[in-house]
Design a protein. Structure first.
Length: 377
């Protein structure tokens, strides 16, 4: 039986936090999680930080503690591994709260996939699979900014870190036995790098559904409208679609209106049009005068490309089955589509590391890309 006290320990003073952080920094690893709210804001609103040391569960009330510097020093201590599960939003929340991103991290969701448990496994499912323990999920949509928190909320938050150290020990052992520890380090480092370098506003137009249909001035307008929306949403701390819906940006780029009345449409009318109309019109006019325009975005796959994609996915599935891995962790569908659409396919991004070593040769061979001959000795 695992010796873990799951009783939540509430921490709401700077002095107690400092004492605990000194203790935790003497350990090789601690479990870390956050609770936050985000329904009406662009950025997550940090509401609680949970730490588990393998014996107890601590709930750090960041709303009450004046000095969070010891916590910042803990998450930046490279001698202490931070054990987290599916941590992308938690990294963003901690960066918002502390101006720092934990490193090094050990993401147990990624580790579970690398040890053959399945892709995208939730925390409760991972605990159940590895420890045969059922976790409640009743407080998933709680108001975490309220004070005091209910006992049910505290219990739920404590359990989110209670079993992480024990899952970590199991998964770390399996990774080492399979020779995949470096895979995990590589992927976790990529998570940290992505959290430190969010996508520039100028690239958000690439995410708009249907943007591939636009060319020239229209695409330049879409790029500039999406960039404005991204910057303005961050500045005002409001969700992107509360400011201006994505579909409105696409419609404006397609229509290229030249006066305010022509801009009116569902999602851009009344108060929204009065508040942003002049600004949006100026953006459209300036974008139309740009001497440059973004290159056309890739179109949906044609029949030949679709057959090629099907063949690539088949080859990836064969390797995944051989290695006892979920195919999803090896390569994403969008990454395969980019390879199929490229004039000169190359392994980029995630496909340059351990994935490249495992599946890169097969992908390039299937695409008809000549492989370099090994140097003769």
């Amino acid at each position: 039986m695992l010796n873990v006290d799951t009783t939540p320990r509430w921490v709401d003073s700077s002095e107690e936090l400092a004492m605990l952080c000194r203790k935790w920094r003497e350990q090789k690893a601690v479990a870390l999680d956050t609770e936050f709210m985000r329904s009406r804001t662009f950025y997550p609103q940090p509401a609680l930080v949970q730490v588990g040391d393998g014996e107890h569960c601590y709930l750090i009330d960041n709303l009450a503690i004046e000095n969070l510097e010891p916590l910042r020093e803990l998450i930046l201590d490279t001698g202490v591994t931070k054990i987290m599960h599916s941590c992308s939003e938690d990294l963003e929340t901690l960066d918002r709260l502390l101006g720092a991103i934990p490193e090094p991290i050990f993401d147990t969701q990624i580790a579970a996939a690398m040890t053959g448990l399945g892709a995208g496994l939730g925390y409760a499912a991972t605990v159940n699979t590895l420890l045969n323990i059922e976790l409640p999920k009743s407080e998933t949509r709680s108001d975490w900014l309220q004070r005091p928190l209910s006992e049910a909320q505290k219990t739920y938050a404590a359990l989110d870190v209670a079993w992480l150290p024990h899952i970590y020990a199991i998964l770390l052992k399996r990774l080492r036995e399979s020779g995949r520890s470096e895979w995990l380090r590589e992927d976790c480092s990529q998570l940290v790098a992505a959290a430190r370098n969010p996508q520039p506003p100028e690239l958000y137009y690439q995410k708009v559904k249907g943007a591939w249909r636009l060319r020239g001035k229209q695409l330049a307008v879409l790029q500039d409208l999406c960039a404005w929306r991204e910057r303005e949403a961050r500045l005002r701390d409001v969700p992107r679609n509360h400011l201006l819906k994505e579909g409105v940006c696409l419609n404006l780029a397609q229509q290229l209106p030249d006066h305010p009345a022509a801009m009116a449409q569902p999602g851009l009318e009344g108060r929204t049009l009065r508040e942003h109309g002049d600004t949006l019109l100026k953006i459209i006019n300036r974008a139309c005068e740009r001497p440059d325009a973004p290159p056309a975005l890739p179109q949906p796959l044609n029949r030949r490309q679709g057959e090629c994609l099907k063949e690539l996915r088949k080859r990836v599935s064969e390797i995944a089955e051989r290695e006892g891995l979920p195919a999803e962790i090896l390569v994403r569908k969008k990454e395969l589509e980019a390879l199929v659409q490229a004039e000169r396919p190359t392994l980029e991004g995630r496909l340059r590391g351990w994935r490249g070593e495992l599946i890169g040769g097969v992908l390039m061979q299937s695409l008809g890309v000549p492989q370099e001959e090994p140097e003769s000795k």
